[in-house]
Design a protein around this ligand. Structure first.
Ligand code: SAM
Length: 277
């Protein structure tokens, strides 16, 4: 079978290196080159920026990024078994792929940027995916160094990121993402495209920084949304009691009888700014 880069097919690489997928690392590998290229193209152009990839695994998406013109990819992978495979890819693209064997939660993305913009592209491990997203959204200086996030999540998580008020998926993630970015689902990826197939459908989401982010501390917004949506069926005067309840809501002109899922992102921001966390 021919490949996009004359490297051996992914299935051969995985077999030769005995890369048995590990559930605890969220290893569901995407071996379909059409799909990995489709994701890479969504993040294009890739020539003038640094691409950060989290969890390259055996390198399917990495190879697509490089074949689609990425001039520099920094890939953070926790599993040491994947490093030799990724180093073979680096040899095929001299000077363009840097492999870091590490936990991506410890990766300081902003410090990689140098004077170039960053794009983060990843088929994220499901167990740390939302935490990584919140970290990337939480940088103090805005706009961030990254220009876009093109990320694969479980579809249900993707829906929570892009959800609008008064919809069933609306919650903490939609508020955190929406106050700083514009987010949209690009396409779904069926379970069968992965090895091994995960339990649920996946979806690729793209987030780009808002020009005028709503001014608020993300830590405060996180606290308010966690508290409010922790009891999403209750009225806000009850669910937000630990933060000031009725008095707090009256101070920002929000009816204490409303429920969390009916509040706009702007209203959550007003509450977070008023309770001075
Ligand atoms: N990118 C590959 C693909 O699309 O086939 C693999 C994606 S797989 C869903 C997630 C990858 O993230 C695995 O390679 C796994 O080892 C890696 N991983 C899991 N936890 C990680 C962490 N905390 N930091 C860095 N990589 C991690």
């Amino acid at each position: 079978m021919s490949t996009i880069d004359e490297l051996p097919p992914l299935r051969t690489v995985i077999a030769e290196h005995d890369l048995v997928p590990r559930k605890q690392l969220g290893q569901n590998f995407l071996l379909d080159l059409n799909l990995t290229s489709k994701i890479a193209r969504q993040a294009a152009p890739l020539e003038d920026c640094i691409v950060v990839e989290v969890g390259p695994g055996p390198g399917g998406l990495t190879r697509a990024l490089l074949a689609n013109g990425a001039s520099r990819v920094v890939a953070a992978e926790k599993d040491p078994r994947c490093v030799p495979v990724l180093e073979d890819i680096a040899k095929r693209y001299p000077g363009r792929l840097e492999v870091r064997q590490m936990d991506a939660l410890d990766l300081d993305v902003e410090s990689i940027a140098e004077d170039r913009t960053l794009k983060i592209v990843a088929n994220l491990p499901y167990n740390v995916g939302t935490q990584l997203l919140v970290n990337w959204l939480s940088v103090e200086a805005w706009p961030p160094r990254w220009q876009s996030l093109t990320l694969m999540f479980q579809k249900e998580v993707a829906e929570r990121i892009v959800a609008l008020p008064s919809s069933s998926h609306y919650g903490r993630l939609a508020v955190l993402a929406g106050c700083r970015t514009k987010a949209r689902i690009l396409f779904d990826i069926p379970r069968q495209a992965f090895t091994p197939p995960p339990k649920v459908t996946s979806a690729v989401v793209q987030l780009t920084p808002r020009d005028a982010p709503l001014p608020v501390s993300l830590a405060a917004l996180e606290k308010v949304t966690l508290t409010a949506f922790g009891q999403r069926r209750k009225m806000l005067r009850q669910s937000l009691k630990p933060l000031g309840g009725e008095a707090l809501l009256n101070a920002v002109g929000i009816d204490p009888q409303r429920r969390a899922e009916t509040l706009s992102i702007e209203e959550f921001v007003a509450i977070a700014n008023a309770c001075k966390l």
